[in-house]
Each structure stands twice: as structure tokens, then as C-alpha cells.
Design a protein around this ligand. Structure first.
Ligand code: GLN
Length: 498
């Protein structure tokens, strides 16, 4: 267990010092997965052989004295909507069950170039739609902090895998909070990079103008290091930025070591620090802000009025893009075909049977909503107004960042809730995303860092930075990590063990 609790950075140091082999670390992760995955259901696919093969290659090259990338041999997991050549990718949906990815996503190519053994694919809400993993067609993931608790969503599998020491770090995708909210409720770190910083090529699209791949880890420095591995300019993704992210890990190290925060201007978003938040969450949030102030940071309230409407705009723009992106799953181009059982067999009835059978309720709901919002009579009223709100969110953020270096909010309104608690109350489920969606709408980087405990469960603190200032985000998040109660990021290990 001692080994599994180490950070990716520590493991990389041990590997470089020859104190351990990649095969030993990878086997420890695989054994841990084998021991707890039946209960936690964080992984949908485990690639023992594939991961060990990479580990053996790294060990052999190290023994031969070859030059290796800094994190070579440290295992990683990926969310099951990221294509890895020759392995099954389901997106948590029956639609893609049994599909084998024919190529590598650019982020997977980057992981391979960094020589990280990929131990498997993690569970998620179907096509990344949800906040609890209850929408996975293969059953939910359990939060390692408690048997009856959701691990957040849609990337609950990656967050639970990292929290439960099955793997030191993992990849998620964040369209409206799916890396950050799972991070908040599992006591892990989750970051959404600046839009375009990490390639989306080979990542199954949910809402293309919002989707961004990013890291899940147990420390800010690990998350920063993983984003540096992921970030690249990619000609296959037309929205990929020309500049790659550098200096993130150094920024995190600087933030962690800083004791005098004078000169740092922190904005508390007025609209995100009162109504709608659990008192325990607000208490941890306020204590953290006070601790930052006590270390010399200048704290001020900043109003972002559009944030109140951001969630409504998100729940129009996202389904509009979903309805378009998921049209390809029709039993012809993609997806498991279902023939109609009665009536004439035409391409139309086959597609109806395929989509009717293979998509779950939430996916269907969003496709219908998005199709309606884009329909000719309704376009201006719904999609058009949502785009206007999106512009207002961008303007509010620009104005805010003229006054402060970063904005902060609680990452989620509550701590981990119980299975079933919100699955019948869609509004309550959607309101989970009120703090996280503004960053996606504006394309700016945002991350969650564990700040403390409320009733024994982790509370996440969100740091939002201006576009391209990912290094600043990591630096401030590391400052939060330095003052936070460490028990918020140390999941009790016995949970999840038989
Ligand atoms: N909870 C959000 C939703 O259901 C998160 C989606 C995401 O980031 N993939 O849309």
C-alpha cells in the first residue's frame, strides 16, 4: 500500500534512481485493481498484458542505459471515451459495446511517447452525460469514501481509481465539469486546461466547443506534470492551440513552497458563494479563502452576473452539439445495429430501433432537447439566446480578470451525495454543474483541489484562471493544497477492500 500511495512524481524519482522497476509498480496497480474493482467498478477494461509489455520495455531500456522521458514507467488510466488503438472503447454505452478503437487519440499517442503503461479504461456516464456515473450503461462507480456515495460524473471512474490508489493519475474529459466535480467529491485534483491546449482528436465528442481532456491526480504537481505530457499542438484538431503548455509543474512547485502570498489578487465570485451551497461546503470554502488572506493574498468579491444564467445556456448549447455529434451512431456509420422486430425493415426503422435500444434515457433526452433547440422555429429563441449568454460569461470573466489574478468558487454545491438521491430530480442533478460550466463556456482553465472535509467527506475548491494562464492556475491551486487539511485528499484505504 505504501507504494500505491506515492505520487507519480515520487514514483518517477524512484524509477530513475533504480529503486524500483516499472513492472513492480504496474503489477502493484493491477493487483490493487483486481482486489477492489469488483466493489468500486472504476474500470470497464483492464489491460494487464498491454500495460506490462510497456513496463517491461521501459525497464529494459533503463537497464540498457537509454535516455527515457521523465515519467517513463509510471502507470496511467484513461477515461473510456478516449481511443486507444486495439482496445475496447464504450463511452459507457451499449451503443459502442464491443467496438475496438482503430487508432490512437493524440493524447494516447502522447502517453505512449512518454512511455506510460496504460492499465485500463475507466467508467463514465454514458457519452459523458451526467454527474454521478449512474448513467453508465454498465452500472455506476462507487465512491471509495463510502459504499452508498456517487463518485461524481461523468468521469467518476477516473476519480475513484485515483482516490482508491488503483493508479497514481488518470485522464478525464470535461465538457461541463466532468473532471472537476468528480475530483471535488473524491478528494482528488482535477483540471480542465485552456480550450485547445490538449488535443481532442480521437476523443469521442460530446459537445465539441466545450470538451477538453485533462488530468486527474492526487496532487496539484502531479496534475500539472500530466497536463504537460498531454499538451501538444495537433494538426488533426483544428481548435488545437499553436503553443503547448510548459512550466506547469514548476509553477505548482513554486505555489506549494510559497509562504508569502503578497501580490496575489483573488476574486471570490459573489454569485457562487451563497445560495444553493451546502453550509459545510461554504464553511470549508470560506476558511480556505481566509487562510489565503492570512498568508498575504488580497481577496475581493467580484460579481459575474452572467454566471447565474450560465447553467441554462450550457443546457442548451451542450445538447445542441450533442444532437449533432451523436447523429453518427445510427447502426451504419457507428454503433451496434438493431434490426426492427416488427413492420418493414428500412434504413429509417433500423436506425430508430438502433438508437431507441442502444441509447440510455439521459442521452435520448439531450438529443431531443438539442434537436428542438436547433429547429427552425426555435433556433433564435433558445440556441441564439444561449450564445448571447455565452458571450456575457466571456465578458464577465474578462472584466473580472482585469481586477484579479484568479477567481475562486466551491467546485460543487454539495459533498458526494447518495445513489438515487438526484437521479429522479433532473434540476437538482443539473444544478450540480452551476459552478463548473462557466469555464467551459468561456474556454478558460479551471481546476478543483481538495480543501477540507465536511461531515467527513471531501470538499473541492475551484480555481479559475484567464485563458492560456494554466501555469497561474496550478500555482494558486498548489497554494491552496499547501494550506488545506491533508485528510481531504487521503481516502481511507480500507474502504473498497473486502
Ligand atoms: N455534469 C455535466 C453534464 O452532465 C458534465 C458533463 C461533462 O463534463 N462531460 O453535462
Amino acid at each position: 500500500m505504501e507504494l500505491l500511495k506515492k505520487s507519480a512524481i515520487e514514483l518517477a524519482q524512484m524509477l530513475r534512481a533504480g529503486e524500483i522497476t516499472s513492472v513492480e509498480i504496474t503489477e502493484a496497480c493491477l493487483d490493487r485493481i483486481a482486489a477492489v474493482n469488483d466493489r468500486l467498478h472504476a474500470f470497464l477494461f483492464v489491460d494487464r498484458e498491454g500495460a506490462l509489455e510497456v513496463a517491461r520495455g521501459v525497464d529494459a531500456d533503463r537497464a540498457a542505459g537509454k535516455d527515457l522521458p521523465p515519467f517513463a514507467g509510471v502507470p496511467v488510466a484513461i477515461k473510456d471515451n478516449i481511443c486507444q488503438h486495439g482496445t475496447p472503447v464504450t463511452c459507457g454505452s451499449k451503443m459502442l459495446e464491443g467496438w475496438i478503437a482503430p487508432y490512437d487519440a493524440t493524447v494516447v499517442a502522447n502517453l505512449k511517447a512518454a512511455r506510460l503503461p496504460i492499465v485500463g479504461h475507466t467508467n463514465m456516464d454514458e457519452f459523458a452525460m451526467g454527474s454521478s456515473t449512474e448513467n453508465s450503461a454498465f452500472g455506476p462507480t462507487v465512491n471509495p469514501w463510502g459504499e452508498d456515495l456517487i463518485p461524481g460524473g461523468s468521469g467518476g471512474g477516473s476519480a475513484a481509481a485515483v482516490a482508491a490508489y488503483m493508479v497514481p493519475w488518470a485522464l478525464g474529459s470535461d465538457t461541463g465539469g466532468s473532471i472537476r466535480q468528480p475530483g471535488a467529491v473524491t478528494g482528488t485534483v482535477g483540471a480542465k486546461p485552456t480550450y485547445g491546449n490538449v488535443s481532442r482528436y480521437g476523443v469521442v465528442a460530446m459537445a465539441s466547443s466545450l470538451d477538453q481532456v485533462g488530468p486527474c491526480a492526487r496532487s496539484v504537481a502531479d496534475a500539472a506534470a500530466l497536463q504537460e505530457i498531454l499538451s501538444s499542438h495537433d494538426p488533426h484538431d483544428s481548435t488545437s492551440l499553436p503553443q503547448v503548455a510548459t512550466g506547469l509543474h514548476d509553477a505548482a512547485a513554486e505555489g506549494l513552497a510559497a509562504t508569502d502570498l503578497a501580490g496575489l489578487r483573488i476574486g471570490v465570485v459573489t454569485e457562487m458563494a451563497g445560495e444553493g451551497f451546502e453550509p459545510g461546503v461554504l464553511a470549508v470554502f470560506n476558511e480556505t479563502v481566509e487562510a489565503l488572506r492570512a498568508r498575504g493574498a488580497e481577496v475581493m468579491e467580484v460579481s459575474c452576473p452572467s454566471f447565474d444564467s450560465a447553467i441554462a445556456a450550457y443546457y442548451l448549447i451542450m445538447p445542441a452539439e450533442v444532437s449533432s455529434n451523436l447523429a453518427r451512431f445510427d447502426g451504419v456509420r457507428y454503433g451496434n445495429r438493431v434490426e426492427p422486430t416488427s413492420g418493414p425493415v428500412t434504413s429509417e426503422t433500423m436506425m430508430a430501433a438502433t438508437r431507441g435500444t442502444m441509447f440510455g434515457a439521459e442521452v435520448k433526452r439531450r438529443i431531443i432537447l438539442g434537436t428542438y433547440a436547433l429547429s427552425s422555429g426555435q433556433y433564435d429563441k433558445f440556441y441564439g439566446s444561449a450564445l448571447k449568454v455565452r458571450t456575457l460569461v466571456q465578458r464577465d470573466l474578462e472584466a473580472a480578470f482585469a481586477q484579479v489574478d484568479v477567481l475562486v468558487t466551491p467546485t460543487a454545491p454539495t459533498v458526494a451525495f447518495k445513489f438515487g438521491e438526484k437521479s429522479d430530480d433532473l434540476m437538482a442533478m443539473y444544478m450540480n454543474d452551476m459552478t463548473t460550466t462557466p469555464a467551459n463556456l468561456a474556454g478558460v482553465p479551471a481546476m478543483s483541489v481538495p480543501a477540507g472535509l465536511s461531515e467527513g467527506l471531501p470538499v473541492g475548491f475551484q480555481v479559475i484562471a484567464p485563458a492560456h494562464e494554466d501555469a497561474r492556475m496550478y500555482k494558486v491551486a498548489a497554494m491552496v493544497e499547501a494550506i488545506a487539511d491533508p485528510s481531504a485528499r487521503e481516502c481511507p484505504v480500507e474502504v473498497g477492500e473486502k
